[in-house]
Ligand binder design. Structure first.
Ligand SMILES: Nc1ncnc2c1ncn2[C@@H]1O[C@H](COP(=O)(O)OP(=O)(O)O)[C@@H](O)[C@H]1O
Ligand SMILES: CC(=O)N[C@@H](CCC(=O)OP(=O)(O)O)C(=O)O
Length: 301
């Protein structure tokens, strides 16, 4: 049965009017939106995302988009017959793999998102860590704890980087212009190599450097789920650490939650993991009372 449209001019006006205090709260502030590879791929959802970003800028907010593309990199590596493995949610990245990663992230996906946003009458500009000295990487040092034996071991992830330095100059300049930065998570190291940085980690570093008002993670699940698959609406830092330690949070959710914790420590005001498959998830989260997903908060003092 088709759903009945119950909106009237009065209810539509009320929705717009209700958005006013939220718009005022975020006006002139930086909001970092991490657009995960799993949230991409559907044309209607992509358009809704682009409309949200364009509307944020139009209303005086300064959105900074950082995107992923893990599944898309995986598909390209498959096509090229290159095997790929993960350790603790991070892709082990050799010389051949980092070339493909840069091509897929800073090439095709970055430009697709820029084009989507610009199709909404906005001015998006595609960047990666290399542009304007935005981000310098250093080789990631990663230890992984085996959940069965509880033994920690050091893993060599190859050309996987951690953001070591973020220079906000370019982002500040763009914030005073009509431009919306769309950033791919690859960055140069001081050693001249290109490094593959997990997009969650990268977005956390950007959000920390600009002291973002909000850091939103758009993914393919409603938020952090408990062992029964039920959404956890609010999670303290210690509860989040416990869920990683007992294996409830695994795979790609690990860097996301670790980034949330680090971002809070760096002074980001609020971090939320939410379902990017909900149309207009960004607008609903920022400009209405219908915020969804998991809000990560400091431990009570
Ligand atoms: N406790 C959990 N709650 C929700 N998702 C989880 C949890 N543990 C692991 N995951 C996995 O994390 C995935 C999201 O991370 P990831 O695949 O990196 O997405 P993205 O591409 O959006 O960054 C989910 O699709 C889910 O499979
Ligand atoms: C080191 C590392 O794992 N890098 C990620 C970068 C892309 C990413 O993080 O994309 P999502 O946000 O869609 O997962 C990768 O190679 O898949």
């Amino acid at each position: 049965m088709a759903s009945k449209d119950i909106s009237t001019p009065a209810t539509e006006a009320a929705i717009l009017a209700d958005a006013l205090p939220y718009m005022q709260r975020y006006a002139g502030k930086m909001v970092v939106v991490k657009y995960g590879g799993h949230a991409m791929g559907d044309a209607a959802l992509g358009k809704a995302f682009a409309q949200d970003i364009a509307l944020l800028k139009q209303s005086g907010v300064n959105p900074v988009v950082v995107h992923g593309g893990g599944p898309q990199i995986g598909a390209m590596l498959d096509r090229m017959g290159i095997e790929s493995t993960f350790e603790g949610g991070l892709r082990v990245t050799d010389e051949k793999t980092v070339e493909i990663v840069e091509m897929v992230l800073a090439g095709s996906i970055n430009k697709e998102i820029v084009a989507l946003i610009n199709a909404q009458g906005a001015w998006a500009i595609g960047l990666c860590g290399k542009d304007g000295n935005l981000v310098f990487a250093e080789k990631a040092q990663k230890t992984v704890r085996d959940p069965d034996s509880n033994i920690e071991r050091v893993v060599d992830l190859g050309f996987v980087g951690e953001p070591a330095k973020v220079d906000r100059t370019l982002l500040d300049q763009l914030a005073t212009s009509r431009m919306i930065p769309v950033i791919a998570p690859v960055a140069p190291g001081r050693d001249g190599h290109t490094y593959n940085i997990n997009a969650d980690t990268f977005s956390g570093a950007i959000a920390g450097a600009v002291a973002a008002q909000r850091l939103l993670f758009l993914t393919d699940v409603p938020g952090v789920l408990d062992k029964n698959g039920t959404l956890i609406k609010e999670l303290t830092v210690s509860q989040a650490r416990d869920l990683i330690a007992d294996g409830t949070i695994s795979g790609g959710m690990i860097p996301k939650v670790e980034t949330c914790i680090a971002a809070l420590t760096r002074g980001v005001k609020g971090v939320v993991i939410l379902n990017g498959k909900t149309p207009h998830a960004v607008l609903l989260e920022l400009f209405t009372e219908h915020g969804a997903g998991t809000l990560i908060v400091h431990d009570p003092v």
